[in-house]
Design a protein around this ligand. Structure first.
Ligand SMILES: Nc1ncnc2c1ncn2[C@@H]1O[C@H](COP(=O)(O)OP(=O)(O)OP(=O)(O)O)[C@@H](O)[C@H]1O
Length: 417
């Protein structure tokens, strides 16, 4: 119906259409499902009647029936998507044009739908999981780190989630689970990458902040309530309490109340559900116990470090590429043949590439975190050339700041010793 609205009714200036404001069943709908998709507040559709239109070289007609519409609206489980009976026909002897049109409409609907990643966290009493936030899906290519490593990670996860892999694991009596360790300094994209991966593979994300877990029993309870197909994000896993930590240890004060054996128990114990992906993050990989990161618990380690010159260039291009997704005209007109890659051949994008190259030549390799650089872009979002003009001053300032920070830490170390 949306396709007919955009491509027939609006184009031919047909002046009658229907509009409705209630597009889901309100309280009865599952909250997580509601969070997952963005619904338009007002939905415009063709009028109840038969609409004739040409598409390609065929004459089609589509009919909406008022009775069928009423029936779907009175069904309490109706969620506003589909449900209504439509009759679609075309003049001719073959059904192929109808199948083609249905496919076109399906592709159109996919492009119109905006999906979100649902992030679950424990409620404030630590009693149950609650959808905490929905985040628009972030594409993995917007998280910048080593390209080879990124491809290896995506391939590994895709392979793991393939149904044939599950069968293979089961037939070999191997536990069907996968673990990853993302490590690197603060602000290098560990959380962003986890959310992007959840979006890429259509999985919900269950967030466990290890320093906030009250006890091993709580951790066990949490894991028992996590569904099988999801990503579990264990943040700051270095805060887990190990036997080496003594009560006098100053760093141990900031440690979690759950223990290494408690964590190992939920990772591979009886209660550990099959099919889930566990991602652990840490800023201090050297503090992790070797038992926690052994193969089977951590199958792949991904280092997210300071930004390289190449990634700075890619980030620049991403920041200043016109936002084609937000233009309704482009969404409507765009076919797969005109996807964003085509921009790379336009003169504007050549100019942008040149600016990006000049910009990145001022960025010292492996010195700033991506989040630091993002902070710089936030100050100059309106003009790419302004960003290029200001970058060398910013680099100088940041470098002198970090020298100052080093001095301060030396002085404070001197005081404490
Ligand atoms: N590699 C990256 N590529 C693109 N953006 C990044 C990257 N790393 C960080 N950012 C940006 O910096 C901000 C902070 O990133 P994020 O929280 O993912 O870092 P983190 O490594 O998880 O930090 P922490 O260890 O403090 O939790 C985000 O807004 C994110 O967009």
């Amino acid at each position: 119906m949306s396709w007919v609205m955009a491509n027939v009714v609006q184009r031919r200036s047909i002046r009658s259409f229907t509009a409705r404001t209630q597009v889901h069943a309100g309280d009865l709908a599952d909250r997580a499902a509601l969070l997952k998709k963005k619904r338009r507040e007002v939905q415009y559709l063709p009028h109840f009647d038969t609409t004739f239109f040409w598409h390609g070289s065929c004459l089609y007609f589509v009919s909406r029936s008022l009775d069928s519409f009423h029936t779907s609206m009175s069904d309490p489980s109706y969620d506003g998507i589909g449900g209504e009976e439509l009759t679609l026909g075309c003049l001719g002897w073959s059904t192929e044009p109808i199948k083609r049109l249905i496919q076109t409409c399906e592709e159109y609907a996919d492009r119109q739908t905006e999906f979100f990643v649902i992030i679950y966290a424990r409620d404030r009493y630590g009693m149950s999981w609650q959808p905490k936030a929905r985040k628009p899906i972030r594409r993995v290519d917007t998280v910048h780190f080593d390209d080879g490593l990124k491809q290896a990670l995506l391939t590994d996860m895709r392979k793991y989630l393939d149904p044939s892999t599950k069968r293979l694991y089961q037939s070999r009596s191997m536990p069907y689970r996968r673990g990853y360790l993302f490590f690197g300094p603060p602000g290098t994209g560990k959380s962003s990458l986890s959310t992007a991966l959840a979006g890429e593979f259509g999985l919900d994300l269950y967030e466990v902040k290890i320093p906030c877990v009250a006890s091993d029993q709580d951790l066990e309870q949490m894991f028992q309530e996590i569904p099988p197909q999801c990503i579990v994000l264990l943040e700051d896993v270095d805060a887990i309490w190990t036997d080496r930590d003594s009560k006098k240890d100053e760093q141990a004060i900031s440690r979690s109340s759950c223990t290494l054996s408690g964590l190992l128990g939920v990772l591979d114990g009886v209660g550990s559900a099959e099919g889930r992906i566990v991602i652990m993050t840490t800023n201090k990989p050297d503090r992790l116990d070797s038992a926690l990161v052994r193969p089977g618990r951590v199958d792949m380690k991904v280092m997210l470090g300071n930004i390289s010159r190449k990634s700075a260039e890619q980030m620049f291009v991403r920041m200043f590429t016109p936002d084609i997704e937000s233009s309704p005209l482009v969404v409507k007109e765009r076919s797969d043949a005109t996807r964003p890659d085509d921009e790379s051949i336009s003169p504007e994008s050549d100019a942008l590439q040149e600016l990006a190259l000049e910009f990145s030549s001022h960025i010292p390799d492996d010195t700033f975190t991506p989040s630091q650089l993002q902070g710089f872009f936030q100050l100059h979002l309106n003009s790419a050339s302004e960003a290029v003009a200001n970058i060398s001053n910013w680099v100088e300032r940041e470098l002198s700041k970090s020298l100052l920070d080093d001095d301060i830490s030396v002085v404070s170390e001197g005081k404490t010793s």
